[in-house]
Design a protein around this ligand. Structure first.
Ligand code: NAP
Length: 307
């Protein structure tokens, strides 16, 4: 059998993403030892019960010691603390990475603490669900999804290539881009859509003229698709908005202008403007299906629910 890409892999944080990496790395034979560390004894115990790794450590430095690759899968705001904790244990030549949904802030938080001779290759697998914790992970999460690598300038290309091979082995398509560009792209494709979902579900929850039970009962009209996104982890998403502030505010500015022009079209009965926009957006949906990033099945492949 071929030598694993990372004989010893350390996973710091073992929630949805960390545990999915564990499952997918085992499926791929990409490592022979997974050392797991997480903040709380309860989550560590659960990871052990699920058999996600070979060794379990409350101290992140202990997990990182001797590891060929260390991946932090914690909320973005916890990145600096992880870098500080693992720094003294890192072996020369080790690759340090993460999976955070924001990249410039993670680099600002982690890079200053990492010793010379260690390669820092930040990454973001663009795949997830609305569930959290070590029970939520599964091996196929990254299959045919994109993993974006955002190496800071001057990063050793060989380290970037090795991490790219690892993510490819986990089933992902790999792309490299600058951290700044990543944060702008994700602001419009992920962060603003989540904010809109949180907002619309919050608005519906606060309405007084429409009752809560009516919101639930008639949710198949579109609302329920927002509720899936709005059920995403509150800690993770709080950190995303606090740490990608500039890019999100820029995209929200554009969004608000476009919303105002739709509002005007409705007020003035400009059906042509509405029809033209809805035609363009339908084509985007078809493009996403054609790119293999969504199912073409009616109602997103849902089976009718029994009542
Ligand atoms: P998760 O399921 O909630 O797991 C979070 C992990 O981080 C747990 O091990 C938790 O430990 C630990 N943690 C929480 N707060 C911490 C803190 N203050 N300090 C140190 N450790 C802490 O989260 P996830 O969905 O895997 O997300 C992890 C990262 O992946 C985030 O940066 C997120 O931006 C990114 N990401 C998420 C998705 C997604 O859809 N969920 C997709 C792509 C990327 P305990 O349980 O022991 O407290």
């Amino acid at each position: 059998m071929a030598e694993p890409i990372f004989p010893r892999l350390a996973l710091i944080g073992i929630g949805l993403i960390g545990s999915s990496i564990a499952h997918a790395a085992r499926r791929a034979g990409a490592t022979s030892h997974i050392a797991i560390s997480t903040r709380t004894p309860q989550t560590l115990k659960r990871a052990e019960e699920l058999g996600l790794g070979q060794s379990y450590h409350l101290d992140p430095a202990e997990a990182a010691y001797g590891a060929d690759c260390i991946i932090a899968s914690v909320p973005v705001g916890a990145s600096e603390a992880v870098a500080k904790a693992i720094a003294p244990a890192l072996k020369p030549g080790a690759i340090v990475s993460d999976v955070g949904s924001v990249k410039q802030s993670v680099i600002r938080q982690m890079a200053p603490h990492l010793p010379a001779g260690v390669h820092f290759v930040p990454a973001h697998p663009v795949a997830g669900t609305e569930y959290s914790g070590p029970d939520a992970g599964f091996a196929a999460l990254f299959d045919r999804r994109w993993c974006i690598l955002t190496p800071p300038e001057g990063t050793d290309p060989a380290a970037v290539e090795t991490l790219g091979k690892f993510w490819t082995a986990l089933g992902a398509n790999v792309e490299t881009m600058s951290p700044n560009h990543h944060d702008l792209v994700l602001a419009i494709t992920s962060h603003v859509p989540h904010l809109i979902a949180y907002n619309i579900v919050g608005t519906a929850a606060d309405l007084e003229t429409v009752t809560q039970s009516e919101v639930m009962k008639f949710s198949a009209g579109g609302f329920r698709d927002f509720t899936r996104i709005a059920a995403s982890d509150p800690t993770m998403w709080r950190d995303v908005f606090l740490h990608n502030r500039e890019a999100v505010l820029e995209m929200l500015g554009r969004f608000n202008e476009d919303l105002a022009s739709l509002q005007r079209a409705i007020r003035w009965g400009d059906g042509e403007a509405l029809f033209n926009l809805f035609t363009r957006t339908r084509a985007i949906r078809r493009g996403i299906v054609a790119a293999g990033q969504e199912t073409a099945a009616p109602d997103f492949g849902r089976q009718p629910t029994k009542t």
